[in-house]
Design a protein around this ligand. Sequence first.
Ligand SMILES: Cc1ncc(COP(=O)(O)O)c(C=O)c1O
Length: 386
Amino acid sequence: MLKHYLLSPGPTAVPERVQLAMAAPMIHHRTPQFSRIFAETREMLREVFQTEQDPILLAASGTGAMEAALVNVCSPGDVVIYVNGGKFGERWGKIAQKHGLVPVEIAVEWGEAVDPAAIEKALAEHPEARAVCVQASETSTTTEHPVREIAEIVARHENTVLIVDAITALGVVDLPMDAWGLDAVVAGSQKAFMLPPGLAMIACSEKYWRLAEGARCGRFYFDLLAERKAQAKGSDTTAWTPAVSLIRGLHEVLRMMLEEGLDKLFARHALLAEAARAGVQALGLRLISKRPATSATGAFVPDGIAGGAFVKYLRDKMGVTFAGGQDRFKGKIVRIAHLGYYDVFDIVIAMAALEMALARFGHPVQFGSGVAAAERVLMRRLPEVA
Ligand SMILES: Cc1ncc(COP(=O)(O)O)c(C=O)c1O
């Protein structure tokens, strides 16, 4: 027997009460029962997106909502500026190309955050750009980009929208869509939303909807104007068959998030991230990111250890699933996730597993050093004895 621990940056662990909600008997999606769940879900989602707009649900993975965000506001030939600082940033360029858009890349060193001045410069060179696309959290490099500062710059351009991939940021860090003026915010179910994969969420600003009126890029399934109409109050269903069970699960997830409270939710994530960074560094590992994400902590595996084999050993022999690296980081890094259904002892397990695996791979380790460093931070989450 091998007990499994899922500590990857998506899919993430699904809480028991969410699993139970999803196990409820199937209902039809054109019924008052479904519409009630849908309407309540939409209202709670607005709180989590921190917007007056109605977030839209799509039966898709996160990439579907990234594509929807672009094609619903663009016409072929439109310039799209995108930040490419990792695998997911790169994806904006690929989507844009497929739809006959003109991608303008802002290349960022992997592990670094984009300098907002680079956005300003690109917009000065391409004032006609229809969209600026960025990851709030670039999961492949465990790095956060300065979304708020970027939003201030894009807001000065009345015909340019800011599209934010918040797939590993929403529900992790404070990302107040309306207050910061974000025009499209994209999220996915299998991250901080603590659900299985298959549901994407997107909320769009008034500016976005204004520009969407004239957008001519091809789309059928991902027609956000059609979804907006179907999902609006009073209609309360989706244009196409929704992921009914995932929406039931989302309803429960949102109750959990709002019961905890957004401030406490963000504080928990920040603390777990701080503890993970402390633990990893105490083990002598070097962090990948110069501006580390709150969703996951990435570190280079020590020289002489094959990262792929290391992550595989942890998963197959120890039951602990971390993520390895992609593309140029393949075989070089380990990424430990702490977004969603995670708390103090998940980090303790992660650090203990990391230490033991390092030792097994012949790396000199002082047992307990990573755990101890993490615990010193994690103590702040334990209340005083009454
Ligand atoms: C930041 C980011 N963007 C996009 C995606 C792609 O989402 P999906 O795999 O759900 O299509 C991911 C998934 O890991 C992600 O972390």
